[in-house]
Design a protein around this ligand. Sequence first.
Ligand SMILES: [Zn+2]
Length: 480
Amino acid sequence: MIIANVAAALPGERDFHLVDILVKEGKIAWIKEAGSFQRDSRLANEYAAEEMLDAKGLLAFPGAIDPHVHFDEPGFTHREDFLHGSAEAARGGVTTVIDMPCTSIPPVTTPHALEGKLSIVGDRALVDYAFFGGINGTMLPEEIPDVVQSLANRVVGFKCYFISGMDTFPAVNDTQFAAAAEACAKEGRPLLLHAEDSNVIAEASQERQSLRGSQAPSWADYYTSRPMEAEIAAVHKALKLAGQYTKYLHIVHVGTGKAAIAASEKGASCETCAHYLAFDETDFARFGAALKTAPPVKSPEQKAILWRLLAEGRLSFVASDHAGAPEYEKFTDNPLTAYGGIPGTGTLFPYLLSEGLFAKRLSLECFLEATSGGAARRYGLWQGKGSLMPGKDADFVLVDPDHTTYLDPSHMMSKSSITPFAGMRLSGRIEGTFVRGSCVYASVRLAAALCHQANPAFSNEVGMILAKPGFGKFLTWGYR
Ligand SMILES: [Zn+2]
């Protein structure tokens, strides 16, 4: 296949380059100046039989990598599963997802559990995927090195919690965390941490409760009981416990700019999520449960710090923390018991494209790091994924910069569509998401040009899924 006349976001470049891209057997074979194909009769003869897509007027980005999703399968599929989650990912320009170990049953803490999960989701994924392994409070510290070693070849990192709301995946204590940091360093895998300090949260919760008395809990009770101090304290504790291994430490979903600064100064990496960039605690009055995540969004000031850190390259990348839930779990009439999590894999790339790149908050280089390059590097996928380069997988998103995207929940393909991004209008529209050279998602316009059959389960007036369930490929560390 040849993508002709496309304005491509190439690695290390400050601006788009008008190029032709040849895709062969799922890989990018070459990238040449636009017109090369039509001008050069030798090339034209050689590739006469290739399918050609004239992408004049469109932008090509590397496929987004969403390195933090909860697709909940097997075990919690009333909230999400791999088929719906990966359809929504493809709709949003995501070509690779990395799934968390804690929200499936059994959790991914043994090779047996991992292979069991793989045998189920392998037939369902529409985009490429990798897994994290899990370390939790049920493990003896002396067992942790064996857990890490037994899974290291099949996962791209390990996840643990300092505070957990899940009975099936309890938080680690200090000894377990220190053992995990050492074991991950030994195997060369990042250790991911949900960094909120449980003591700070317990104290803040008690304080709120005594203030509230017999009154019903409000949204302010929720977000003030998980204050920014909880994230800052947890990051400091993690840095201390990780000792010489801080460069293996990765702090997930940071909502507090100050916590990200503390982590990055000591060599740990951090991610934030689109919701921490888009919203702050003043938005709870408007959105309620549709905005509930853990940690909660913070003050407008912390949000501004996160944008600045992202623009300076001090946040490694942005993830979705995709974690949808049905209405009966979200809308419980009690902010403290409503499910914490929002489906975000489909809004991540469109949001950052519009409010980061097009709004000029992020340079092109920063945008590429935030959406694909940073995660590919951190999780051992860089040789095969994460940028538009010959030899890598042909994972790319075609965007029409002259159209807008209206974030209509009825267009979402995930099981849940309860999201604070609903109703936003963004610059740019995704025309196609390609994984290893195959069009997985196409807008109505592109699908007509490609003459492809849609999967009727995932089709609406804007676009459709063209890939078959099981097309997604399982990736491990060092994938090329
Ligand atoms: Zn998460």
